[in-house]
Design a protein around this ligand. Structure first.
Ligand code: HEC
Ligand code: HEC
Ligand code: HEC
Ligand code: HEC
Ligand code: HEC
Length: 189
């Protein structure tokens, strides 16, 4: 008898406590799964996704199929820039994991596209050129990990012309090296 050495009352109290704890955990998991199990708040993009299982497969974690139930080829084709759409079409077909480049649970304001590429220009590049996306000047169709190509378009050629000779191929990746303090005018001294 395992509990025989303990007084009867103690055994009962222990068993009841365990039962209460387990019931509380199950109830909590169903009612407030986020607070109990999630590592952090979802991003602002996904606050309306109301169940964990829309992204998580039981015992497997995040799967491509889950993400693809909302972000499918059709949606990319309709809503994304051609290069982004084309790249994700490939990613989806190959069943490549999304979490290599996208993250979650880092809070409402977090950027959820990470790691895939650095922005060597800073936000400056957008303000200085009136553009809003990397794909205004770059072609990512060969993938985001590999070397990215500069497009041959009006925006890029205008930018190249504007530097009074300083904007030369191979020399202008780090805008803020010359545009100190994020200013457009360059102090000659
Ligand atoms: C919009 C999609 C999405 C929803 C909804 C979501 N998660 Fe996640 N979750 C992710 C992604 C993506 C990761 C991987 C993060 C990373 O690797 O940086 C993750 C990671 C986790 C992890 C860390 C372990 C792991 O599998 O990588 C836990 C635990 C977790 N989520 C729990 C939850 C719970 C609990 C909920 C529901 C309250 C939830 N998640 C809802 C996308 C989601
Ligand atoms: C239930 C539907 C749903 C699921 C499941 C879902 N998302 Fe989303 N996702 C959205 C919505 C809605 C947005 C908001 C933007 C929009 O309207 O397309 C969004 C936006 C995004 C964005 C764009 C963020 C930006 O910077 O603009 C990324 C990246 C993303 N989701 C990745 C993922 C990944 C990776 C998964 C799987 C872990 C996932 N999503 C699962 C609905 C979903
Ligand atoms: C190799 C890195 C990489 C992988 C893998 C990847 N993505 Fe992305 N994804 C990106 C980048 C980079 C962007 C942002 C493109 C931009 O803003 O110009 C993006 C943008 C998005 C967007 C926003 C679309 C838009 O029009 O801006 C969604 C949604 C998204 N990804 C979902 C996914 C899903 C779902 C998967 C898995 C099937 C996935 N991604 C796999 C790098 C990746
Ligand atoms: C207004 C145009 C423009 C925009 C927008 C832009 N870039 Fe660039 N990018 C350039 C130019 C110009 C170069 C420099 C090419 C050179 O020096 O030969 C460059 C170079 C780069 C390089 C180095 C490429 C290489 O060959 O090694 C990376 C990486 C890069 N950009 C990433 C980004 C990312 C990420 C974004 C979006 C956050 C972005 N760029 C937005 C114009 C732009
Ligand atoms: C090697 C130094 C150098 C780098 C790196 C550089 N610039 Fe410049 N930039 C200049 C110079 C010099 C001028 C012209 C001088 C002036 O207008 O004061 C200039 C002018 C400009 C102008 C026109 C400003 C105006 O008022 O007419 C813009 C826009 C600009 N740069 C954006 C960028 C962007 C975006 C990047 C990064 C992709 C970048 N520059 C990188 C040196 C540089």
């Amino acid at each position: 008898m395992p509990f025989s050495s303990l007084p009867r009352g103690t055994t009962t109290v222990v068993v009841i406590s365990i039962v209460i704890l387990v019931v509380w955990m199950i109830w909590g998991s169903l009612k407030y799964p986020e607070a109990l199990w999630a590592p952090g708040n979802l991003s602002r993009y996904h606050t309306d996704v109301n169940s964990c299982s829309q992204c998580h497969e039981p015992f497997q974690g995040v799967t491509v199929n889950k993400c693809a139930s909302c972000h499918n080829e059709k949606q990319f084709a309709e809503r994304s820039k051609p290069a982004v759409s084309e790249f994700h079409r490939k990613t989806l077909r190959e069943g490549k994991t999304c979490v290599g480049c996208h993250t979650e649970h880092r809070g409402a304001l977090a950027q959820i596209t990470v790691g895939a590429m650095e922005n060597p220009h800073g936000e400056f590049v957008f303000r200085a050129t009136g553009t809003r996306s990397c794909t205004a000047c770059h072609d990512f169709s060969t993938g985001f990990e590999s070397r990215i190509r500069l497009l041959d378009n009006v925006i890029v050629s205008r930018l190249m012309d504007e530097g009074e000779g300083a904007h030369r191929p191979g020399k202008m990746m780090h805008c803020l090296k010359c545009h100190l303090g994020r200013r457009l005018e360059i102090d000659d001294d």
